[in-house]
Design a binder for this molecule. Structure first.
Ligand SMILES: [Zn+2]
Length: 141
């Protein structure tokens, strides 16, 4: 069992957002999270496992829906107050949201990982292959 790397330096909200927008590992800040369009399972630099548990990236959907929803609402209000027709004022934000969702997906995942790491620091189980570094006592199953 290899011990977990030392904890990352404590970053502020802007530092975490900067890392997330660069699509870098939220733990070591240097490993790329994506290999072209595919998400890696572990950080190539520190071994941090990106999907910490089953269903982990449901939080990324919340981030994506919140950000895109706010942007669509702002676009809609601007269109309404500039006198556009109701069809344009409602249709254009919906169309924009549909186009923006897949484009924003990688960023919503890295933003979610940064937020999660901020409030739930990693332990030994979050590094390396799943199950390879567990700290379960011998003879317990
Ligand atoms: Zn890393």
């Amino acid at each position: 069992m290899t011990p977990a790397p030392p904890p990352p330096p404590r970053r502020g909200a802007l530092g975490l957002l900067y890392l997330a927008l660069r699509l870098r590992c939220p733990h070591c800040a240097s490993g790329p999270v994506f290999d072209r369009a595919r998400q890696r399972t572990n950080c190539p630099e520190c071994g941090y496992r990106f999907e910490r548990e089953s269903g982990y990236f449901l939080g990324a959907m919340v981030v994506s829906n919140a950000v895109i929803g706010v942007v669509a609402l702002i676009v809609m209000l601007v269109l309404i107050f500039t006198g556009r027709s109701p069809l344009v004022a409602v249709g254009l934000p919906i169309l924009t949201a549909l186009v923006a969702m897949p484009l924003f997906l990688p960023f919503s995942r890295t933003i979610w990982m940064a937020l999660d790491l901020r409030f739930d620091p990693p332990n030994d189980d979050d590094f390396g292959n799943a199950g390879a570094g567990t700290s379960r006592p011998a003879g317990s199953g």
